[in-house]
Write a protein that binds this ligand. Sequence first.
Ligand code: FAD
Ligand code: SIN
Length: 538
Amino acid sequence: MKHSEYSVVIIGSGIAGQYAALKISQSSNLNDGLLLITKSKLGESNSRYAQGGIVAVLDENEKDSTSLHVNDTLRAGAGLSDGNIAKIISECSNNVIKDLLNFGVDFDKDENGNFYLTMEAAHSVNRILHSGGDATGRGIEKALTENVLKDENIQVYEQTVAVELLIDANKTCKGVIVFNDLTQEYEVIHSSAVVLATGGFGQLYKYTTNLSLATGDGVALAYEAGAVVQDMEFVQFHPTALSIESSKNRFLISEAVRGEGAKLVYKNGERFMDKYHELAELAPRDVVTRAIFNEMKEHNLKNVFLNSTHLSKDVLSKRFPTISRLCAKNGIDISKDFIPVSPAAHYSMGGVKTNIEGQTSIKGLYAIGEVASTGLHGANRLASNSLLECVVCAYELSDFLTFTNLDFPSQMDKTIKDAIDKYSCDLPEDDYDVEDLKQKIQDIMWNYVGILRDEKSLLTAKEKLAELRKEFPVQIKYANKREYELRNMFIVANLIVDCAIERKESRGAHYRLDYTKTMEEAVHTQIVKGEKEPVFVK
Ligand code: FAD
Ligand code: SIN
């Protein structure tokens, strides 16, 4: 097997991974260079499809303040957000946004040349920056990718999947084993700083806004390595994904459309959100999702509708060019027709537990972006806080690494040698119907661990997952990327179910039909491999 050495290895090329690579390259002494690995193509990630925007508490915005933003974040987080983390992230937002401008990101401006700040659900003021109307992710990702490609410190491996973290006997991460899906070759990467930036796990659900790459790999790798994983039961379902029967990966209809005044309605145009919350369409995301889900169940509907016809075709195609175009492709003129929408899995609040600098419970292992659980989002994420968290934590990580010895580890202990030796076995034949097994996991998660859960549905999910796992045995090596993803999906599905069973309350995105009340004390669920049950931690 080939062995390589790098000062830093980053796994994932979304906005968190690419921005971290650029910042670390600017600030650290990378004697052995930085390796950026992605199982897709550089820049192909959920990040690229982010629509609504990124929170920016700009110094020049007199109507806004970090305390207002922190309050909004904590309110949406249903008592579980970490106030200190929210404060740091909010206070850094002005600087990171200005830094993104330096990297060439082009945020939309109004006719006077001021940043166009928009509104989204549960924000108390207009503070969302966007790019290309509704193509914010593409705008940021494109600029970062251009810079990464020019940066001589950064080497990129595409179509390469991280399959195992190398942890020594002292519980320190010393590198990672990767598998090239094209050449089918394994490689050992030795590094004293391994950064997970692998995104979320929306693909665990039948209906999702996420790309097929969002299979929870980082959480699975970190869990298998012994890291603390936190709050896995909090899965955010976006209220308004385009509901077209033939598609499972659902196209997002940005919350910003409601921010610009669109209303949720039945087929006859009548509104219903007033019944559920004083903020109606702009209530926190979990509230809107449950309201739509409830309406769909009560009236036996496949979807409800979003009415954006108060805006002209011209305004809509300028402000929401991607959404207008995609809907038009499906025969929907959003200036005249109602848009069919229903909820879909969108974001994972839980993940690998970290501090603001991305440090996990394992020395040398860092996690940033959606794979991490800093505590910012609590039980329910405020819109457009994710991209902000990606960039702030990448920035803080790069600062932290400035003071860290980044010489690659020159010695391997027996634990690591044994882990590597396992891979000398033959590559197995590809025997499994991965698509079929994946679909069965997605059905189980959607039907029993979805927007509403209870003890019975969760125990059913656990049983069904255990049965299904027998069809896909545990192996050292798998034949291809899809099989590694399936392995990871099983691990992550079980973590979600176990944490959801333990949390006997309803809070934010975790709604239990058998425990509808919210407990007074807000606690995190934490789970570590080898320890039986998830534990609650304040
Ligand atoms: P991602 O962008 O998901 O990137 C993950 C990367 O990791 C990919 O490159 C992938 O190939 C790689 N990877 C994964 N596993 C492995 C592995 N085993 N080996 C190698 N590589 C691996 N948030 C907002 O704040 N504002 C928005 O407007 C917004 N809109 C959204 C719209 C959509 C449609 C979606 C799906 C999400 C949206 N979000 C939004 C959420 C936000 O986009 C994501 O949370 C954020 O982009 C995650 O970034 P990331 O860098 O952590 O991960
Ligand atoms: C959206 O545009 O509605 C998505 C925003 C987000 O997930 O933060």
